[in-house]
Design a protein around this ligand. Structure first.
Ligand SMILES: [Zn+2]
Ligand SMILES: [Zn+2]
Length: 239
C-alpha cells in the first residue's frame, strides 16, 4: 500500500513537472499517456482474434482458431491488444534490453484501456510471469510486474509476485523453435506457497508461442486455481 501511494505521488509529480510527450515523435501526449493521437492510431492492433489464444481470425470464423479447436491451451482466454510488430516490438525491446523502465507504465495504461472494454469477471489476483532470479538481478526489474502495476491499480486487483518462482533459467525465447521452447521451459515454474484464489490473470509483455504462460498456467492449476486467463501487451503471429 505504501509503495502504491508513493508511486501515485511520483506519477502526479512527474505529470506536473513534465507534461506527457509522445515517446515516438515528441508531440504532446494524449489522455495523460506518453503517446500522441496519430502515433497511437498507428499502433498495430490485433483486431478480431481467437478468444482462447488471441490468434487473429479471418472473417466468418468461429470464436476459436483452428489450433485451439484441436488442441486448446490451458488458459481459458487470452486478452492482447497488439501485434508484436513495429513500433511495439521496438518499444518492448527498449523496455527489456535497454533499461527503459519508464515504458512499462505506458504499456500498463494501454492495457488498462484495452481491458476496460473486454473484461467481464475480474480475476482475484494478477500474477506477473516471474523472471529467473539472476535475470532479474541483471535487468534490475521484471517488466511483467511493472506492466501489471497500473492494471492492478486501475481494477483494484492485488498482484501476487511471491507465490510462484521461476526455477529454471531460460534464454530469451525469440528465435527459438516451438519444440525447443517446450523443452526449454519444461517445469520452469514452481509454486512456493498455496494460492488461495480460484481465478487468476497472468500478465506478460509478449506472447510468442504461449509456452511460457502455458507452463505457468499448469502449475497454477496444479495448486488449485480453477480459472487462468492471460493478459499480454503483444503477440507474435503464428506462421
Ligand atoms: Zn507521436
Ligand atoms: Zn486460438
Amino acid at each position: 500500500m505504501f509503495i502504491q501511494n508513493v508511486s501515485l505521488i511520483l506519477t502526479a509529480l512527474k505529470q506536473s513537472l513534465y507534461p506527457p510527450a509522445c515517446i515516438l515523435c515528441g508531440a504532446a501526449g494524449d489522455l495523460g499517456l506518453d503517446l500522441c493521437i496519430p502515433c497511437r492510431s498507428e499502433l498495430p492492433l490485433l483486431g478480431t482474434v481467437c478468444s482462447r489464444c488471441s490468434n487473429p481470425l479471418t472473417e466468418n470464423t468461429p470464436i476459436l482458431c483452428g489450433t485451439c479447436q484441436q488442441d486448446p491451451p490451458l488458459q481459458k482466454s487470452t486478452l492482447c491488444p497488439y501485434r508484436y510488430d513495429q513500433p511495439i516490438d521496438y518499444l518492448i525491446q527498449q523496455l527489456k534490453f535497454h533499461h527503459k523502465l519508464y515504458l512499462a507504465p505506458l504499456f500498463g495504461e494501454l492495457m488498462v484501456q484495452f481491458l476496460k472494454t473486454r473484461l467481464n469477471t475480474m480475476p482475484e489476483c494478477i500474477i506477473p510471469v516471474p523472471l529467473y532470479p539472476k535475470r532479474l538481478r541483471d535487468r534490475g526489474f521484471n517488466q511483467a510486474l511493472e506492466i501489471a502495476r497500473p492494471i492492478a491499480r486501475a481494477f483494484n486487483i492485488p498482484i501476487d509476485y511471491q507465490s510462484v518462482k521461476r526455477v529454471r533459467d531460460t534464454p530469451p525465447q525469440l528465435g527459438l523453435l516451438q519444440v525447443d521452447r517446450k523443452i526449454n521451459l519444461h517445469n520452469a515454474f514452481l509454486v512456493k506457497k498455496n494460492i488461495q484464489v480460484k481465478h487468476v490473470a497472468i500478465v506478460d509483455d509478449v506472447f510468442t508461442t504461449g509456452t511460457t504462460v502455458g507452463e505457468l498456467a499448469k502449475v497454477l492449476y496444479q495448486s488449485g486455481v480453477e480459472r487462468v486467463e492471460v493478459w499480454v501487451c503483444a503477440r507474435t503471429l503464428l506462421k
